[in-house]
Ligand binder design. Sequence first.
Ligand code: NAP
Length: 325
Amino acid sequence: MSDQHQHQEKKTTLPEQEGATPNMQKISSTDATTKRTKRNFAGVSTKGVSTSSDISEESVVLNNGKLMLVLGATSDIARATINEFAKQGWSFHLAARSEDQLQQLADDISVRTGKSVSYSYFDAVEMGIDEMQGFWQHVLEGDPVPDSKPETAPQLELDALFCAVGMLGDQVAAQSDALLTQHMMQANFTGLLPVLAAAADYFEARQAGHIIVISSVAGDRGRGSNYVYGAAKAGLSAYLSGLRVRLNASKVQVLTVLPGFVKTKMVAGLQLPGMLTITPEQAAADIMQAVHKGKDKLYTKWWWFFIMLIIKHIPERIFKRLRNL
Ligand SMILES: NC(=O)c1ccc[n+]([C@@H]2O[C@H](COP(=O)([O-])OP(=O)(O)OC[C@H]3O[C@@H](n4cnc5c(N)ncnc54)[C@H](OP(=O)(O)O)[C@@H]3O)[C@@H](O)[C@H]2O)c1
């Protein structure tokens, strides 16, 4: 992993302080609270942030160590991965659809790590391209409050983007529901591209960074039982493959994570083969190791590499008869 960008402790002033400018902390003020809508919220948890003699009482640490933007932070795999990276001293900006869950998660990480954790609304389907670009700017400016003054807001330096957004969807329903198909394509692939493209430009300019995205083994070959989801993941994997080529010279790691079965809320209620099903914590440990090793692709667990090798090589005339695969 590149250690090129070690962050300085950045301190910001609470809004109550004299002459304070609007910044991340303002989100907890009444003003900012009234500006929140279900589709436009942001916040920061400073629960675990300690004040000591060398940090004034009016200051909090915004970014100390490496910083990761997590899209789909409420995902079970994302939560486990955040825990892994937190143990290594990383800081986080969380993004997801549910403000309540983000607040809880941010409080939990903040208490355990002693660092402030900021968060923003992110929905791959509901947000337009302009909103996505605005989201990216707010994250970088460390300033999720829409009316803050950019020139006074602290600039955050991202070291990694981790994306765990995904939607399994109902394959049978999607077969005859074009809107559902489009929704699944957006949630798993096209809706992520504005942020992935912005992240690629950002890390390319910095000549460092990690873009870590969860795709799926389902994208390796279209199967009858989940080809809509699989097609979206195939698109995502192909996009990441091309991005990796583009960013290779810039020393930016593009890691495609290809889980098989992971016991998460996404697959709750499905009958999965126990022997092949892992926990989110196992997937997270694999992801951490793959980032450390600078890997390009990660099958988690490793045996999915061999399973998919076989599946990809089954001749089409045989494969098309395997309806239940
Ligand atoms: N579990 C498996 O067996 C398995 C296998 C292969 C690949 N994967 C992939 O692993 C990743 C993480 O999934 P998981 O297993 O941890 O399941 P999960 O807990 O259900 O996580 C899915 C995440 O995607 C978010 N999401 C769904 N639609 C979204 C949208 N339109 N905009 C923004 N966020 C959206 C969910 O947000 P909410 O919390 O708001 O719903 C949640 O944070 C996904 O990309 C999934 O496709 C999982």
